[in-house]
Design a protein around this ligand. Structure first.
Ligand code: DC
Length: 236
């Protein structure tokens, strides 16, 4: 069973996806972390972020690994833990160049599908999971929230990570990313056909999880009782 959750940055999809996967006892995939680690690899290599061929090669050959657990998505690059570094403003500012590269998207979507085939069941979240990577997924969700609410959530995360950043900077970065996410030609952020839209501005995390579980139950999925699900591992 493949469950996709798409939506803009700060819509709450990562937390929801992680919690849903843990509740169901199935793996979780944070595809944003894949774009982020490829961005970091490109920056570290000093690559020209407009060089389509170089970016595609890095996406295909860089030595990165994802371990998406119920409370974290641990990411390594060349054997080093870059979990925090891929969330920095430096990476935030540059992901759009990597995310708009058709070659990078092809490589990463292929890795995502391969993972889906190998794992059989997973919750995968991103921008194009229901529209491009898994159009035939059993359940597709799209999460959205008010821009200011999303900026507040991102600010809390960045401050907790020790970033020196203001609300205005986060808001501006989100607006820029919303625009590039929606306007890019390949894999743009869009509500996938048949997706269930959830507005999370005024919902707490448990409320979002309840909404997701309610839809799954309606679709005939048996939800394991709380406390029985195990954590899982996902590696591209
Ligand atoms: O969800 P996030 O903020 O961690 O995503 C990081 C970047 O990657 C963001 O610029 C959008 C892009 N992205 C994408 O283009 N497609 C995906 N499936 C996931 C993320």
């Amino acid at each position: 069973m493949i469950i996709t959750i798409d939506g803009p940055a700060g819509s709450g999809k990562s937390t929801a996806a992680r919690k849903l996967a843990a509740r169901l006892g199935i793996p979780y995939l944070d595809t944003g972390a894949m774009y982020r680690v490829v961005t970091l690899a490109a920056l570290e290599a000093g690559a020209d972020l407009h060089d389509e061929e170089a970016l595609t090669r890095i996406a295909r050959t860089a030595d990165y690994d994802l371990d998406c657990g119920p409370t974290h998505a641990r990411v390594t690059l060349d054997g080093h833990d870059v979990t925090e570094e891929i969330r920095s403003m430096r990476v935030n500012e540059h992901t759009r160049y990597v995310a708009r590269s058709p070659g990078v998207r092809r490589v990463l979507v292929e890795k995502q599908r391969d993972l889906g085939r190998r794992l059989g069941s997973m919750v995968t979240e991103g921008r194009d999971q229901g529209s491009v990577a898994f159009p035939d997924a059993e359940f597709k969700f799209f999460m959205d929230a008010d821009l200011h609410k999303r900026a507040e959530r991102r600010l809390v995360e960045l401050l907790a990570d020790g970033e020196d950043v203001t609300f205005e900077q986060v808001l501006e970065n989100l607006q820029k990313r919303d625009r590039t996410d929606s306007e890019r030609e390949v894999g743009p952020l869009t509500v996938p056909d048949g997706a269930i839209v959830i507005e999370t501005s005024n919902l707490s995390i448990p409320q979002v999880l309840d909404r997701l579980l309610e839809e799954l139950r309606k679709g005939g999925v048996e939800i394991p009782p709380t406390g029985t699900a195990s954590s899982e591992l996902a590696t591209p």
